[in-house]
Design a protein around this ligand. Structure first.
Ligand code: AMP
Length: 108
């Protein structure tokens, strides 16, 4: 199924974004409403609506692990010495865009 979210549109280049990192599996771009000095969103290109949609399988664990490692790689590429990660899960968890993403933020 095609990813109908705003992040799907960014991945398909139908919407502009300030992309700071991209590889075959992931994309990272600046949050349009930054709430820290550095505020990046790291997403898999595969359409996965929320963290809760990752299967509890070896494959799901590997995909999620690579998402975290990619967030760390982006932090390293940006030269961040310290940062925090945040994931909103579901509407009641504050999620607005239903394509899984990690907020990578730093005020250091
Ligand atoms: P969440 O609440 O975890 O779903 O976060 C969604 C984030 O996406 C928010 O911090 C928004 O500011 C951000 N956002 C929404 N639209 C865009 C966009 N077109 N480009 C970059 N960031 C966006």
């Amino acid at each position: 199924m095609e990813n109908p979210t705003v992040f799907g549109k960014i991945i398909r280049r139908e919407l502009p974004a300030d992309i700071v990192y991209e590889d075959e599996e992931f994309i990272a771009f600046k949050d349009i409403r930054p709430r820290s000095k550095v505020h990046i969103l790291v997403c898999p290109k595969e359409y996965i609506p929320t963290l809760a949609h990752y299967p509890e399988t070896e494959e799901g664990a590997l995909k999620l692990g690579r998402l975290m490692l990619t967030a760390n790689k982006v932090a390293r590429l940006l030269g961040l010495e310290g940062y925090f990660l945040r994931i909103h899960v579901g509407e009641k968890g504050g999620q607005e865009v239903f394509h899984v993403h990690v907020h990578l933020r730093s005020d250091a």
